[in-house]
Design a protein around this ligand. Structure first.
Ligand code: SF4
Ligand code: SF4
Length: 357
């Protein structure tokens, strides 16, 4: 089974769009050990995503989980995989050497040129974090060259969207994933969305240019949309609400997705008593396309039934917000435009690139 371990609710940054309530609550070793047991108790593989707050505040727990799980994997023959999403500020050589050894996939939350606009330290001065982050990003790439840079674009960062993609690529990242910020702390206007569309257009041209030069660069959401289209995959199917990757809170409770944490209606059990299979089935049934989308031509290409994003935007996992609808439309339009151009430019390389994504 795969779990996202919320090792702590604490964080050393104070990002303006953060949806987490910060508090000094950490996972105990008992909860961690029980999560390790449960991960190996069902299924043919086990996996952890180390998450927070900021997971590197609890490096000791990460090392402990790795020791336990690698031993369990050796004894049972069940493969174990791990990844981590981190703000990067606490990365160091010792940790990265261990991460490399266990082939940990690392997603670095990094907003590129907009880093200091939204991602500041949680000290009295709210100091900027970009200087530290750039050093850590370079160190990360020395150890984990296929680490992914993950940016969250709030309205105030939209003017820097394209520049940030380019900057992240110039730093040496081969993979980048940009999402827009959702939640109560962000307020999108029509003007922001118009500007976002222009920025995505510029980014699309940049991604197309790199392909034509033969450079290997993966940019989600555009490359992801193209790959899903040619492979006929419905992106909404990725969500698997409550069945594929469940969060574990510091006190050991299981939920279908991070955006449902704390809502007892969505509780899926805990690491000590195990998964409530009936609750899991009931919640998985909720992940279906919203009524308002059923007649849309883009239904099969849109992430509209991702209950988590819907819930953050509308309070209802089956209701899509106008923001998400507008964003999906601009991404699909741009992906189709550059996808067609790249296919025409070099059909063989196009098929090779997108079939392996
Ligand atoms: S690094 Fe993550 S958890 Fe910390 S403040 Fe930023 S968004 Fe929130
Ligand atoms: S584009 Fe809008 S209406 Fe169409 S499926 Fe997506 S969210 Fe629904």
């Amino acid at each position: 089974m795969n779990f996202t371990l919320h090792l702590t609710e604490n964080c050393n940054l104070d990002c303006s769009y953060c949806i987490r309530e910060k508090c000094p609550r950490d996972m105990s070793e008992e909860v961690l050990d029980a999560a390790c047991e449960l991960a190996f108790a069902h299924g043919s593989s086990a996996g952890f995503c180390f998450f927070g707050g900021e997971p590197l505040l609890k490096k000791d727990l990460i090392y402990r989980a790795l020791d336990i799980c690698l031993e369990k994997s050796r004894v049972t023959g069940i493969p174990f995989k791990c990844k981590m999403t981190t703000n990067g500020t606490l990365l160091d050589e010792e940790f990265l050497a261990r991460a490399k050894e266990v082939r940990m996939g690392i997603g670095l939350s990094f907003d590129g040129k907009a880093q200091d606009i939204c991602r500041r330290f949680a000290n009295k001065e709210r100091s900027p974090s970009s200087e530290v982050l750039v050093k850590k990003a370079k160190l990360l790439l020395q150890y984990i060259p296929d680490a992914m840079a993950m940016a969250t674009i709030a309205p105030q960062a939209v003017p820097y969207y394209f520049e940030s993609v380019k900057y992240i690529h110039d730093l040496g990242f081969r993979k980048a994933s940009f999402v827009i910020a959702y939640g109560e702390k962000v307020h999108w206007t029509d003007e922001d969305l118009d500007l976002l569309s222009e920025q995505i257009d510029k980014t699309g041209e940049y991604v197309r240019g790199l392909f034509e030069k033969g450079e290997d660069f993966y940019f989600s959401p555009l490359d992801a949309k193209i790959a899903q289209c040619i492979k006929d995959i419905n992106p909404a199917d990725r969500c698997h609400l409550g069945t594929r990757q469940m969060p574990v809170t510091p006190d050991g409770k299981l939920y279908p997705c991070t955006s449902f944490i704390g809502d007892e209606e969505y509780l899926l059990g805990d690491v000590f008593t195990g998964l409530d299979i009936e609750a899991q089935k009931r919640i998985a049934m909720k992940a279906r396309a919203p009524e308002t989308c059923l007649q849309c031509d883009l239904l099969k290409r849109c992430t509209n039934s991702c209950g988590c994003a819907n819930r953050m935007n509308t309070g209802d996992e089956n209701k899509v917000s106008p923001l998400q609808c507008a964003y999906e439309r601009m991404i699909i339009e741009q992906a189709d435009k550059i996808g067609e151009a790249m296919y025409t430019f070099d059909q063989d390389r196009f098929v090779k690139k997108y079939s392996k994504i």
